[in-house]
Design a protein around this ligand. Sequence first.
Ligand code: B1M
Length: 215
Amino acid sequence: LPLWERLKRRIIDGEKKGLEADLDEALAQRPALEIINDVLLDGMKTVGELFGSGEMQLPFVLQSAEVMKSAVAYLEPHMDRVDGGGKGRIVLATVKGDVHDIGKNLVDIILSNNGYEVVNLGIKQPVSAILEAAEDKKADVIGMSGLLVKSTVIMKENLEEMNSRGIAERFPVLLGGAALTRAYVEQDLADLFQGEVRYARDAFEGLRLMDAFMA
Ligand code: B1M
């Protein structure tokens, strides 16, 4: 197989052996971020489709996710970094009940590489932990990720909790993840939330919105 097809296949098949050699070859031709966005994420997309249609079983999805994570970890040091930092601080978490963290961690990498301080709390974070961290770390923004349909409801509840604690105006909120839609976030959730809430389709939009929040 040609290199790009082979790399995509590695994600789909969950095949780690020889991954680094392929990534080295890829890095000689294209920037790390492009490899992630155009090749590896394409593989994850196929994994999602195969899983959704019942053609792929969960343990294999997990293997694909592991290879994806290894690949991103290998590529990360090769990414462009804006020095300086100190543009702002975000507390980032996958919401309660949700274990998906590949997208969240990409958001972490993109924001960290572009001058933001990211406090990454990990997965399955209850709203209390997110809000505590936001207060403790003096976050400028709260970022929540979630891929399950259930997570979109949790996010709504989290915003309501911020309303009732009277802290909605202190922390702009950035939401992302496959089950969300722009309309749900920027119409439905924005209507009920007393602060500012925005939807990011991908990590780059997350960065643009962070820049906008901090402007
Ligand atoms: Co799960 N899973 N999974 N899974 N999984 C989905 C989400 C699913 C759509 C698959 C499907 O059915 N086709 C489906 C959800 C269905 C639904 O809710 N309606 C699903 C399911 C059902 C499940 C389980 C329930 C399966 C089971 O146990 N029977 C279970 C849930 C466990 C739980 O959470 N409690 C489960 C488990 C898993 C694995 C552990 C095997 C693994 C996750 C491993 C890991 O993350 N460490 C996994 C995977 C890999 C997937 C799919 C195939 C791929 C997700 C992924 O990593 N994509 C996924 C299919 C899909 O998404 N279509 C699926 C790549 C990643 C880069 O994209 O996270 O969307 P994403 O991030 C994007 C944007 O969304 C955005 O930026 C990123 C790109 O730049 N973004 C943000 C994300 N967060 C952001 C935050 C921001 C800004 C942007 O600011 C804060």
